[in-house]
Design a protein around this ligand. Structure first.
Ligand SMILES: Cc1ncc(COP(=O)(O)O)c(C=O)c1O
Length: 460
């Protein structure tokens, strides 16, 4: 057996990472990246900045993965976690609970919209989505509709990578992971830049809502359990729909006895400039998934919020939820989430997100002078720059084009962590400062100029 001692030098740490870590969903050649000194193994963070093991500083333009809303290096969260671990770290999720999970449940009932007052705590966003699917299906069956099992999701959606959540995810990979959960269909999603129906403005959003109703009727309302969507979809490029879109979906679901699930895994906890994004649209879903910003990443914790009316169906003999996850309601994770929410409230991070988001959007709009910037859009601190070859046709470069890869490398080498697909995605910590926002815009501006020079012959 090989000997695996912990490496001594920074270069060795990177090499060991390439050798032994299995990076999630990454297409990078990690050995090659290590040789080029492009591997990032982080050792420290504070606010919106991360330092790698070599001491190089990076601006975290994506809060990890839209997670670290309260910013890095929050010792106060670490302190309550340490204290809680010293008292009690874990209690079972089924037959009992612990004071931190109870406190968290009360807090969540208080800050989430409408009568979402019951929480099923889990460890991550995919688990939350799995849980929402199961609650919706079992609730329908217990209401006397055992054939209502279908779920309608949206094109471009991302809901996670466990089997059920992946089945709802539009980019699921059939050749490796099919067959998927039966009974999922995908409908068009609001998109004012490249609308599926060739419509512009609000009309396009409303047509997407009408399509949901058609899909319910097409599937047979007696077979549909739920409709799921992110209030503002990140994976689909931050298109902010008209409030009427969500209000129509609420209405359509009510008329057909279908549950409305809002996936607030990214949107929640201030990311969009409201505590929860559904608040922008004045709509309360039946079920709402939460994760990521719930603890700002200080502990793996997530949950499903349910309206009391949905929960009531599960009380009584023979009606418990057929669902148990060992780490649900973990005491240390719950303590971390509670302290994190307190920080979000005490430091007015929701309002800061709205204000800093507006400032970031202003900065990004100055990039519209670039021939490859087709659109800039978003809400709060969740926005993107849509990259095109041709501003007239709005033809995208796509995530795998050399233009995109070149731009991504330049942005990274200038010290900004982000995600460059068809769009440059941004979602920095809610504590980001104006100077840091100026740096983000400057880095993108300079990188775009260089990449555009290199690919000038391909730009229309
Ligand atoms: C909207 C949405 N739902 C669910 C998930 C899955 O969350 P997790 O990766 O924590 O399982 C994600 C992850 O990015 C997400 O963006």
């Amino acid at each position: 057996m090989a000997q695996h001692g912990f490496p001594e030098t920074m270069h060795e740490v990177e090499k060991e990472a390439a050798r032994h870590l299995w990076f999630h969903g990454s297409e990078e050649n990690w050995e090659e990246l290590t040789e080029q000194e492009g591997m990032r193994v982080f050792a420290r963070g504070e606010g919106s900045t991360l330092w790698d093991v070599r001491g190089r500083a990076y601006l975290d333009g994506l809060s990890g993965l839209f997670v670290v809303n309260a910013g890095h290096g929050r010792r106060e969260i670490g302190e309550v976690m340490a204290e809680q671990a010293g008292r009690v770290a874990y209690t079972a999720a089924s037959t009992c609970s612990n004071d931190q999970a109870v406190r968290l449940a009360v807090k969540l009932a208080d800050i989430t919209p409408g009568d979402l007052s019951r929480v099923f705590l889990v460890s991550g966003g995919s688990e939350a989505v799995e849980t929402a699917i199961k609650i919706a299906r079992q609730a329908q069956a217990m209401r006397g509709f055992p054939r209502r099992y279908k779920i309608i999701a949206r094109r471009g959606s991302y809901h996670g990578m466990t089997h059920g959540a992946m089945s709802l995810t539009a980019s699921r990979v059939e050749k490796y992971h099919g067959p998927f959960m039966y009974g999922v269909s995908h409908v068009p999603s609001p998109n004012r830049y490249r609308n599926d129906f060739g419509l512009t403005g609000e009309d396009g959003d409303l047509m997407c809502a009408c399509y949901v109703e058609q899909e319910i009727e097409n599937q047979g309302p007696e077979t549909v359990a739920a409709v799921i969507g992110e209030p503002v979809s990140t994976s689909n490029g931050n298109h902010v729909p008209s409030p009427r879109y969500w209000q129509m979906l609420r209405d359509i679901c009510d008329r057909h006895g279908v549950f409305l699930i809002m996936d607030e895994v990214i949107n929640g906890f201030g990311r969009t400039g409201k505590m929860f994004a559904g608040e922008h649209f004045g709509v309360v879903p039946d079920l709402m998934t939460i994760a990521k910003g719930l603890s700002s990443g200080y502990a793996p914790i997530a949950g499903v919020m349910a309206r009391e009316e949905v929960f009531e169906g599960f009380t009584g003999e023979g009606k418990p939820i057929e669902h148990l996850l060992t780490f649900g309601g973990h005491a240390v994770a719950s303590a971390a989430a509670l302290r994190n929410i307190q920080i979000i409230e005490d430091e007015n991070l929701v309002e800061r997100s709205a204000q800093s988001g507006a400032y970031l959007m202003e900065g990004l709009q100055t990039l519209e002078s670039h021939p490859t910037v087709g659109d800039v859009r978003g809400i709060g601190l969740m926005c993107c720059v849509d990259l095109v070859k041709d501003r007239t046709t709005r033809k995208a470069w796509g995530a795998t084009h050399a233009f995109t890869k070149d731009l991504a490398a330049r942005i990274r080498d200038r010290g900004l962590l982000t995600r460059v697909w068809g769009e440059i995605h941004l979602g920095p910590p809610l504590v980001i400062t104006r100077d840091e926002i100026d740096s983000i815009v400057g880095i993108i501006d300079e990188s775009l100029t260089e990449t555009e020079d290199r690919f000038a012959s391909e730009i229309a």
